[in-house]
Every structure is written in structure tokens, then in C-alpha cells.
Ligand binder design. Structure first.
Ligand SMILES: [Fe+2]
Length: 555
């Protein structure tokens, strides 16, 4: 079974449990797997049973027609991805006597009555030793934190349709201004209702994407709207670069289009698609003082899968108790800990979550987290943001934690911020976003993969938006101001959510996906998704150099 899952995961494809059962029901599941992988036209994010059956059907007919294209079922993908990142327990696959199906970890999965396991796994406090010669350099510097943009305390949303109109108008205004001021190709953009009367052949316009679809002949038809009207645009498939750009367009984003008006004036033949993007000459801020910021996401306290041993390694290291001299030197320069959400596992995030929880009271989860934070030196400033597992409203932008929770952390120097949030650390500007929409991007843009978050973050920067599409995986609140717009290019852009530890760079912006402190969940295990947990990306704010500490097996 594992080899079958692996064959698909190598292509970035998850196998739906029903699909797996179907494959295993075949006389030769391995051969059937290679039949599927050979004949799939493109690899979907989630392989459904309908896709397999369609493939079988299309290839069994004697007509020489190509296999049906894979129609991605967004709703299903959303559900699957929510399961992967929420950790929903799948229905067990029927028992089979074949040894190949035996799970080597079966003993670990014996169902112990819930009450008996409750609270057995609460992380312990460890003794912090006084370490001789330990003189952390960051102690000599004061914290310099400025909040630059945050919904906390500024929420206006009442959830009415008027609110949504305001949200989209604000998004359009901000990004149109940005596109027109920074992109010469759009300097003469005109409102859509002026196109016909203008008599111009070369058209430039800026609008919000209303629809994008592939025509029967394989071209991309893009419907774009502004406050005056809607225009139909076509990107022809024989222009490969342009077609590739058109394939990256998603609903509700703001783009510029340059094209030629067709003879009858009903269609614009696209010559160029202009995304806001980041300037190549993007200059970055640096700290005067030699201090570091560490990024620590998705702690998931309260989960049975919380990585206590790795966490203790981190606590010992940050107190100068472990590591070689270079590693201890790095520890001593940490001035900031940035936490981009899912600080606890929460409760009721997905069905049957209780059976995966070591701590079943959400308030207690935050108490335990606060107890653990008491072991973090008090000269370190912690900037903490909520994620989709935290006890705040689920719709983004999410305002920060309520006072009752904040008060638990009085032993630390805490700054509580919303999700997303722009802030600066010693003048270095950070955009911190938990990252739920990473999955929307992976679902909607063919070449982006859930397990390559840095590539998705580059796309977010190109589009200057964290979550454009309404009605996808990411719930959006209709604020009058669009907090999800990237109106300013940050120096550091950090996300979490997908539990991977990745570092990258895009036109001078440092990109980080900040790992997790939760081991592989039951569902992730079944789908062969391996999180990259127990790691700590660190940025030297003076030089902008990035490094990664690995606690997953060193301590
Ligand atoms: Fe998480």
C-alpha cells in the first residue's frame, strides 16, 4: 500500500481513501497504479475515484480519442486538504489478511479509552540550568518593534454584501494605483466602458478577474471587470509565455491587461498580462544592531503529536545549555521569536479531534503554552499571531488573541498581533501570515504544489495579495480595508500552516516557511505526507543572512 501512495506522492498527488481502496481491489494493484500514472494527462492534487474510473473508461473504448482531461474537483480538494492540515482521522481501510497491508505501527494505534489517555501527554517543564560563561549578546540591546499594519482593533466587518463591495473596491483601488504608478505598460489604462468609444486599437486596462476558463480550442478566456463594465479577453494558446501567464490568473485578483481590440470590438486579444510584481531594484532594510529573529510556527500544544523532546532541545539551546560554540553564539543573538500561528491545537477544529488531543480544554492548552514560554529567556521578545487552530475568529484577517489568553503570558515580553500582520524589528519589515491560502494557490494554479510553499509565496508577492479568491479554502471577512493586499514589499515574508521548513528568496525578499512542532498526524501518515518539524529558521537582521537550526534529531 505504501509503495502505491509513494508512486503518487512523488508527483505531488494525494490519493483519496476511496481511490486507494479501489486500486487495492484490483488483481494487481501495482500494475494498475502504473497504468494510472502513465495515462494521467496531468497529476491532480487529489486523485479521486471518479478520475480513475473516467480514465479506465476513456482508455477502454476503442475510439482513439485522448483521455478525458482531469477536472479538478475544488470542493473535494478543499476537504482533503483540510483533512491533511487539520488532521481529521480517515475511515479505516477494511482489514485484509495480506501481509503487505499490515501496518508496522499497529501496536501504537490500539484504541485506549479516551478518559484514560487524557492529559497524560501534557508537556513537562524542564529545569533551566545556569550555564557558566553564557552571556547572550542580544541582552545588551532593547527590542525595537513597530506594528505597521494589523486588523486588531480596526475590524469593521459586519458581514453584509455592502461590506464585500467595499472590500473589493478597496482592493481594486490600492492595486490599480500600484499597477499604474509602477508599470509603464499600463500608464494609459482606460476604464472598460470607454474602450469602444476610444477608437484605440491598443487597449490597456486594469480590473478584477471575474472568470477564467479554457475554451474548446484550448485558449484562455478571461473576463475582467472594473467599476464601469466587464470585458472579455482571450489569451491564445500558440503564445506559450502569455498562455503560461494566463494559467496563473485566479479569481478575484487584480491584473493589468494589454491587448488589441478585435474587429467587432467585442473581444480583446491579449498581448501582455501585467501582475503588480516586485521591482528588481527592491532595496531592503537592515538592523544597525547585530540581533537575530527566529521563526517558530505551528507549535500545536495540546496535540498528542506535540514534539516535546525536540521542543526541549530548543528550550535548552536558547538558554545556552546545548550546542557547539557557533550554535550557542547564534542562540545568544536571538532577540525576537516570531510565531506565525497554530500556537495550540485548539478544539473542534475538525470532527473527532478529541481523540488526537492530549489536552482537551483550549484555555488549558494556552496555559500550558504560557508555562512552556516561561522557560524562554525574558530578554527575548515574542511576537505571536493566531492561525486556523487558534481560539480567534476563523475568517481572515484574524484579529489577535483575546485579553483572557494574553494575560496568561505575563512572564514574557509579548506582542500579540493579528493574522496577517506587518511589523518591523529593528527597522527590518516583516510580513507574517499563517498561510491558510497556500492551499488555495496550490489548488488553483496547476504548477504550484502544496509542498513547495516558497514558490507559492513568490506568486503571492507577484500578485501583491495573500488570498485573492473568495469562496475557496480560506474564509475571508469583508473588512472595508483589504488587509490581505501586499501593498508594501516586506524584507522578510514568513508563513506556517503547511508544517514544512523552507527558506527562499525573491527579488531581495527573504521567504520562510517556519516548520512545526507537531509530528506526523494519523491522516498525514496515511497520505504519506511528511512534515518537516522541529526546525527553526533564523535571520540575522544586520546582514539578512538566514540559517536553520535543526532540533529534529540533534538534541
Ligand atoms: Fe498547523
Amino acid at each position: 500500500m505504501k509503495s502505491i501512495i509513494k508512486s503518487f506522492s512523488e508527483h505531488g498527488t494525494f490519493v483519496q481513501p476511496d481511490s486507494l481502496t479501489y486500486i487495492l481491489s484490483k488483481d494487481d494493484p501495482e500494475e494498475f497504479t502504473s497504468f494510472i500514472t502513465k495515462n494521467l494527462k496531468e497529476y491532480p492534487l487529489v486523485l479521486t475515484i471518479d478520475q480513475i474510473k473516467n480514465l479506465e473508461l476513456s482508455l477502454s473504448t476503442k475510439e482513439k480519442k485522448p483521455a478525458e482531461p482531469i477536472v479538478e474537483n475544488k470542493e473535494l480538494q478543499t476537504k482533503m486538504l483540510s483533512n491533511i492540515y487539520g488532521g481529521e482521522i480517515p475511515k479505516p481501510i477494511p482489514e485484509d489478511n495480506d501481509l503487505e497491508y499490515d501496518d508496522p505501527d499497529k501496536e501504537d494505534q490500539i484504541d485506549i479509552p479516551f478518559e484514560e489517555t487524557q492529559n497524560l501527554d501534557t508537556p513537562k517543564l524542564i529545569e533551566i540550568k545556569k550555564v557558566k560563561d553564557w552571556k547572550p549578546k542580544s541582552k545588551d540591546y532593547d527590542s525595537e518593534i513597530k506594528i505597521l499594519k494589523d486588523v486588531t482593533g480596526n475590524s469593521t466587518s459586519e458581514g453584509t454584501s455592502k461590506d464585500f463591495t467595499k472590500l473589493f473596491l478597496n482592493r481594486y483601488d490600492v492595486l490599480r494605483r500600484l499597477l499604474r504608478s509602477q508599470r509603464r505598460e499600463l500608464a494609459n489604462a482606460i476604464p472598460i466602458n470607454k474602450i469602444k468609444k476610444s477608437g484605440m486599437k491598443e487597449i490597456q486596462l486594469v480590473g478584477i478577474i471575474k472568470e477564467v476558463r479554457t475554451t474548446k480550442n484550448g485558449h484562455k478566456l478571461i473576463e475582467i471587470e472594473d467599476e464601469t463594465d466587464t470585458a472579455a479577453c482571450i489569451a491564445l494558446k500558440n503564445n506559450r509565455d502569455l498562455f503560461q501567464m494566463a494559467s496563473e490568473i485566479i479569481l478575484d485578483e487584480i491584473v493589468g491587461i494589454k491587448g488589441q481590440l478585435s474587429r467587432n470590438g467585442d473581444l480583446i486579444v491579449v498581448q501582455n498580462i501585467v501582475f503588480p510584481d516586485v521591482s528588481i531594484q527592491n532595496s531592503r532594510h537592515k538592523s544597525e544592531n547585530p540581533v537575530y529573529a527566529a521563526f517558530l510556527s505551528d507549535i500545536h500544544i495540546g496535540s498528542k503529536q506535540f514534539l516535546e523532546k525536540e521542543w526541549q532541545g530548543f528550550i535548552k539551546w536558547i538558554n545556552g545549555d546545548v550546542g557547539n560554540s557557533r550554535q550557542r553564539d547564534v542562540a545568544g543573538k536571538i532577540k525576537y521569536l516570531v510565531i506565525p500561528g497554530d500556537v495550540v491545537d485548539g478544539i473542534g477544529i475538525y470532527p473527532n479531534q478529541e481523540s488526537e488531543l492530549a489536552i482537551t480544554d483550549v484555555y488549558r492548552q494556552y496555559e500550558v503554552l504560557a508555562e512552556q514560554f516561561q522557560m524562554i529567556p525574558d530578554y527575548i521578545s515574542i511576537i505571536m499571531q493566531p492561525g486556523n487552530h487558534d481560539a480567534v475568529r476563523p475568517a481572515e484577517p484574524q484579529p489577535t488573541f483575546e485579553k483572557e489568553i494574553q494575560n496568561l503570558f505575563s512572564s514574557n515580553d509579548m506582542t500579540f498581533v493579528g493574522n496577517p500582520c506587518y511589523f518591523s524589528l529593528n527597522d527590518v519589515e516583516v510580513l507574517s501570515y499563517h498561510g491558510q491560502s497556500l492551499l488555495d494557490f496550490a489548488t488553483n494554479i496547476q504548477h504550484l504544489k502544496y509542498n513547495e510553499p516558497v514558490e507559492i509565496m513568490k506568486t503571492m508577492l507577484k500578485k501583491h495579495h495573500l488570498a485573492p479568491t473568495y469562496g475557496g479554502y480560506t474564509p475571508l471577512a469583508p473588512e472595508h480595508y483589504d488587509y490581505m493586499v501586499i501593498d508594501k514589499v516586506p524584507d522578510i515574508f514568513v508563513t506556517g500552516h503547511v508544517h514544512l521548513a523552507t527558506i527562499g528568496e525573491y527579488r531581495g525578499v527573504t521567504l520562510i516557511n517556519a516548520s512545526s512542532w507537531q509530528a506526523q498526524t494519523t491522516y498525514q501518515k496515511m497520505l504519506n505526507f511528511i512534515p518537516d518539524s522541529g526546525k527553526l529558521p533564523i535571520v540575522d537582521l544586520k546582514t539578512t543572512n538566514v540559517t536553520m537550526m535543526d532540533f529534529s534529531n540533534k538534541f
